[in-house]
Design a protein around this ligand. Sequence first.
Ligand code: PMP
Length: 372
Amino acid sequence: MKRSFIREILEHTTTASISFAGGLPDSKLFPHLALKEAANKVLENQSSLQYSTSTGLTSLKEKIATQYSKDGFATTSDEILITSGSQQALDIITRCYHDRKITIEAPSYLGAMNLFSLNHLEIDSVSLAHDGIEIESFKKSLCKTRFTYLIPDFQNPSGCTYSQEKREVIADIIHQKDALLIEDSPYNKLYFHAPLPSISLLIPKNSFHLGSFSKSLAPALRIGWIRADKKLLEPLIAYKEAMDLHTNGLVQHILDAYLEKETNYEAHLEMLRDSYHDKMLYFTSILNELLPSFIYNKPKGGMFIYGKFKGIDTTILLQKCLEKEVLFVPGAEFYTHNNITNEIRFNFTHSTKEQIKKGLTIIKEVSDKMLS
Ligand code: PMP
């Protein structure tokens, strides 16, 4: 089994490195003081250290369900299963439905692709256009697979946002074929303008909607969830129980206490959106100035800028940039086949503006040399 390129590269990152590689939030924006206050409060009560229920803390599930309902997707707490990050949500679902083939986007999230292979799912990749997966190929693929994994909000790695029209067409196709959708949406709160409703909202009996606090609060919490119809959720609970009994109870209590003050989370999200939007605009302005031949679409949210160079093998570019301690991920890593040679994913949230300018200047110098 091959290790994740990104996790390996993270291990080689030093304090001197400028990394546009990992999908890391801006550490300076973590709400550590509010979480500390919540943790202190929770630890006053010994019972927060006790074993908990397999599906998650009821009051935390209620808060997540309320958020869905506020967003227009009526949800009750028994339609939520709390998981150890959305990565575990993917694992639970694909273990439970392990005998399936699955349709995914090309490019797609590396961590999901590795997990699907580990859980013996046969992968069928369909190209991603600027407004979502290519519909005709998707339809054909679903005749073979009847199971699909999509990331419609500020996709990792491409930054793509599915149009409202495509969301509706995709929901129709899944419904007609009585297929199952895993809609993975860890970035949906990180929009720069307005959020779009999920695909799952249109087909609640045929979908798993996955969420996470990793990008909107802090990844170290390792708290994610699955939102699904009770019938679909039921068989997953046995897997969750067998895998780890329940998600870290202490962290669930801390998160629940933090979310108790509703303004805590809302104000934090507002601040994150503003700050990430500003960073994205800065990153793209420097990209346009230094690397005008790099072709990309500006993301409408999330953490990534994805695009392609003309005539440059980005794996070779990375090797040369690594010598100067600048990191990014070559696009080839996000495909099941490795014949895409000129694409790159940049994370724009983790680095400071100074690092962004310095890192992109180094990439410019190295790529100019490769072309000369
Ligand atoms: N899905 C996608 C699309 C991701 O980008 C990530 C993290 N990079 C995950 C799932 C896993 O997130 P977590 O387990 O931290 O919730």
